[in-house]
Design a protein around this ligand. Structure first.
Ligand SMILES: Cc1cc2nc3c(=O)[nH]c(=O)nc-3n(C[C@H](O)[C@H](O)[C@H](O)COP(=O)(O)OP(=O)(O)OC[C@H]3O[C@@H](n4cnc5c(N)ncnc54)[C@H](O)[C@@H]3O)c2cc1C
Length: 384
């Protein structure tokens, strides 16, 4: 068994880490606290910088380990930039790559990789998050096309995006597995409106909003994948998204460890650096260990997906669960190491603490990951 990255992956990691440290991280706190229009400018500029340096398209490439390595470094530098890039390239771009028509790919993929176009994925609704069976959005057949009505909630990138992948019922009687379809909706379509940016606890630089469709005409050419295959396509896309979020959690975790270690070495109490007290040192050790196991699980899940392992979806759930819960614990420990000065708004550790909270909620809560993992075990050992 070889845990080493390839020479190419190691080189990519070193280059991206340096680039993100120098070109992305210095704006992270300003991005988090800026007014929405100013934040949008910083985000667009970050995407362009990453694209011009040749790093954005890594998120669309087939090498999932490289995606994890790049994702960790970007999230370590700026979780808001990571989540915008992830929603555009992974959630939207990978979906088009896997399920899109040639015309849809031609129109969007190179623009996404150049940071000129931004995409997003919209499946959640106010009444339907973990349970998509409660979705209300419907696309009714009208001639060759469809008429779309409904409201999607909590859509990352919505205020910035040019294009949206939207999950809707096309045949509610057929149930989720066969009755939903993904549509590619473009900004500016008649009947399509985008809500104001929501105020979020963390990842404040990445805009999130609701989008509404009111008697919105959709041509058949906007269908992504098979009619009736929308839910299954979203489940596949979410495997890539969960993997990406696992690398994000590790990136935030490493940022927490780094800032806590520096604080542990520089802040003194009772005649020595606080990191030399066992109570503080033990926290650094737990943070390191959680990050290390989280990264191993994430890379193992990426490997499982690449190798089409039978249990790869479970490995991805394990990675998302462990890293999502882990980064919450790590951020909590980091706050404790920083004491009262970490509790002040505008400090790095305060931002990381808020950003980390997203990891065990979005794109499949920890409870839903546990349910999938448990279901797998129950099926596997059903003969007992
Ligand atoms: C900042 C942000 C960005 C997001 N971006 C996007 C996006 O771009 N696109 C998109 O479509 N969505 C997005 N989401 C939505 C996100 O994926 C959902 O919030 C998430 O899936 C949970 O759904 P919910 O919020 O409806 O919570 P609910 O499903 O209502 O869950 C509430 C609680 O009930 C628990 N629960 C529910 N069912 C069960 C069960 N069977 N067993 C045990 N516990 C259960 C959950 O685990 C959770 O603790 C985003 C969310 C956030 C916060």
């Amino acid at each position: 068994m070889n845990y080493e990255l390839s020479d190419q992956q190691k080189a990519t990691q070193a280059e991206i880490a340096k680039f993100c440290r120098e070109a992305i991280a210095p704006q992270a706190i300003a991005l988090d606290s800026s007014a929405k229009d100013q934040a949008a400018g910083i985000l667009r500029s970050n995407l362009k910088k990453l694209a011009d340096a040749g790093y954005l398209d890594i998120l669309l490439e087939d090498d999932l380990i490289a995606q994890c390595v790049a994702g960790e470094e970007l999230a370590k530098a700026c979780p808001s930039t990571f989540i915008t890039a992830m929603s555009s390239l992974t959630a939207f771009g990978t979906a088009l790559k896997l399920f899109g028509t040639a015309a849809q790919k031609d129109k969007y993929l190179s623009g996404l990789a150049k940071g000129e176009k931004i995409g997003c994925l919209a499946y959640t609704e106010a009444t339907a998050g973990s349970d998509l069976g409660l979705m209300q959005t419907k696309a009714e057949k009208q001639g060759e096309g469809y008429m779309l009505n409904g409201v999607k909630d909590l859509v990352t990138n919505a205020p910035l995006a040019n294009a949206f992948l939207v999950l809707a019922w096309t045949d509610p009687e057929a149930g989720l597995e066969r009755g939903t379809t993904l549509f590619l909706m473009e900004k500016g379509s008649a009947g399509f409106s985008i809500g104001n940016s929501l105020e979020t606890l963390g990842l404040c630089g990445a805009p999130t909003a609701a989008v509404s469709f009111e008697s919105c005409r959709v041509p058949a050419s906007a269908i992504v994948g098979a009619v009736g295959g929308g839910y299954s396509a979203v489940q596949t896309i979410l495997e890539y998204v969960k993997l990406a979020l696992s690398s994000m959690s590790v990136g935030i975790g490493v940022a927490c460890l780094e800032t806590s270690t520096i604080h542990g070495k520089t802040k003194k109490a009772f005649g020595k650096p606080i990191g030399l007290f066992e109570g503080v040192g033990a926290k650094l050790a737990i943070m390191f260990t959680l990050n290390d196991i989280g990264r191993m699980l994430t890379h193992r899940a990426a490997w499982g997906m690449l190798e089409r392992e039978a249990e790869s979806a479970i490995l991805t759930s394990c990675a998302k669960l462990f890293t999502g819960e882990g980064v919450n614990e790590i951020a909590d420990l980091a706050m404790q190491v920083h004491g009262g000065h970490g509790y002040i708004k505008g400090t790095l550790v305060e931002k990381l603490y808020r950003d980390a909270r997203f990891a065990s909620i979005a794109y499949g809560t920890s409870e839903m990951q546990r349910a999938s993992i448990a279901r797998n075990s129950l099926n596997k050992y059903k003969q007992v």
